[in-house]
Design a protein around this ligand. Structure first.
Ligand code: F6P
Length: 367
């Protein structure tokens, strides 16, 4: 009998369960003697005493592909290289527990590890691989900012949720002649914002890759009002910033999670607009979608992509192609070296086809 350990790390994402189900089903249906175990809360389960792992049999994975979240839980405070540890005086520090994790995974007799996660998790995958474990990475993030794959599961669901919300906000924009600002997630990448803006038909889309000029935005709003189309819908990415300015957010303040928590740029923009001397007399309202974009059931495309990625992870294990990450490129499932996959993130380029489309239909990026 051979054993696979699967882990889901970082933020939850629609499709995680579908990957787990795809992996377990492929392993069971291979008619070889594979067992799949889940480490609870990323690799934290393996580092706990006693360890917290769960055997993923057919019963456990039945029908889970339509559920959001992850049945084996997750955490963004589980980096083995900077693991949060409470000191005797009650304060917290971090310790490198990577070697201990490798030793424990070996001691439990795991032949392969499937690590499902975003850029941070895949850096952990590469490290564990370099330390001798048979690791396969599966890319996950609603942000779609991993360069080695055209798409990550969860992204399409997030775009759908953002688009549905946008459609609802248009109703109020039209009825009240308002400027409605909708803030979406995406960290340092504008993919969710760009796609939702095109799908919804926003007049203005502000993304991290293009710092915005408030004068351009005010001019665009004025034009809309003078032409009697007295409303404007703006999509703004949480990582957007004004020219010469900085992002809006704050340190998480949580040991083991070094990320800045982005959020609030919509309200910053609203204030800028309300205080601008040339703004027409118009009400501005903001909506921050936040974690709704990661919640609920994955759309069909993400279920399919995630299931496929789970199956591909098992194929890579069988082929012994460790140190690889599953990837979706040119409408096909493939794999890339983890060492390549973690090199850089993928941002919206000015020459991306959807940027050209958006500009052609008159969308402003505030530049
Ligand atoms: O990376 C996914 C993501 O949802 C980002 O879009 C967002 O900035 C971040 O995670 C939020 O993280 P948390 O759930 O820790 O607040």
């Amino acid at each position: 009998m051979k054993k696979i350990l699967v882990s889901t790390g970082g933020g939850d994402c629609p499709g995680l369960n579908a990957v787990i189900r795809g992996l377990v089903k492929a392993a069971k249906n291979s008619k070889q003697d594979w067992e799949v175990w889940g480490s609870l809360e990323a690799f934290n389960g393996m580092l706990d005493d006693p360890i917290r792992i769960v055997k993923l049999n057919r019963k456990k994975i039945e029908g889970i592909h339509i559920k959001g979240g992850t049945i084996i839980k997750t955490t963004n405070r589980g980096k083995p290289m900077a693991f949060p540890v409470q000191k005797e005086d009650g304060t917290w520090t971090t310790e490198d527990r990577t070697q201990e994790l490798v030793d424990r995974i070996r001691a439990e007799g795991f032949d392969a590890v499937v690590n499902i996660g975003g850029d941070g998790s895949q850096k952990i995958s590469q490290l564990l691989f370099e330390m001798g474990l048979n690791v396969i990475g599966v890319p996950k993030t609603i942000d779609n900012d991993l360069s080695a794959t055209d798409l990550t599961f969860g992204f399409t669901t997030a775009v759908q949720i953002a688009t549905d919300s946008f459609d609802k906000l248009v109703t109020t924009a039209e009825s009240h002649h308002r400027v409605m600002i909708m803030e979406v997630m995406g960290r340092d990448a504008g993919w969710i914002a760009l796609h939702a803006a095109v799908a919804g038909g926003a007049e203005i889309c502000l993304i991290p890759e293009i710092p915005y000029d408030i004068e351009t935005i005010v001019e665009k709003i004025k034009k809309r009002y003078f032409k009697k189309r007295g409303f404007v819908n703006i999509v703004i990415a949480e990582g957007a910033k004004p020219k010469g300015g900085t992002v809006v957010g704050q340190a998480s303040g949580e040991v083991g999670d070094g990320h800045i928590k982005l959020g609030g740029i919509a309200n910053f923009l609203r204030k800028q607009l309300e205080e601008h001397p040339n703004m027409p007399d118009v009400q501005v309202r903001t909506t921050i979608l936040g974690h709704t974009q990661r919640g609920g059931t994955p759309v069909a495309f993400d279920r399919i992509l995630a299931t496929s990625m789970g199956v591909k992870a098992f194929e890579l294990i069988q082929a012994g192609r460790f140190g690889h990450m599953v990837s979706f490129k040119n409408n096909d499932l493939t794999s890339v070296l983890l060492s390549e996959a973690i090199k850089e993130n993928k941002n919206v380029r000015a020459d991306h086809y959807l940027m050209r489309v958006a500009r052609s239909i008159g969308m402003s990026f505030g530049d």
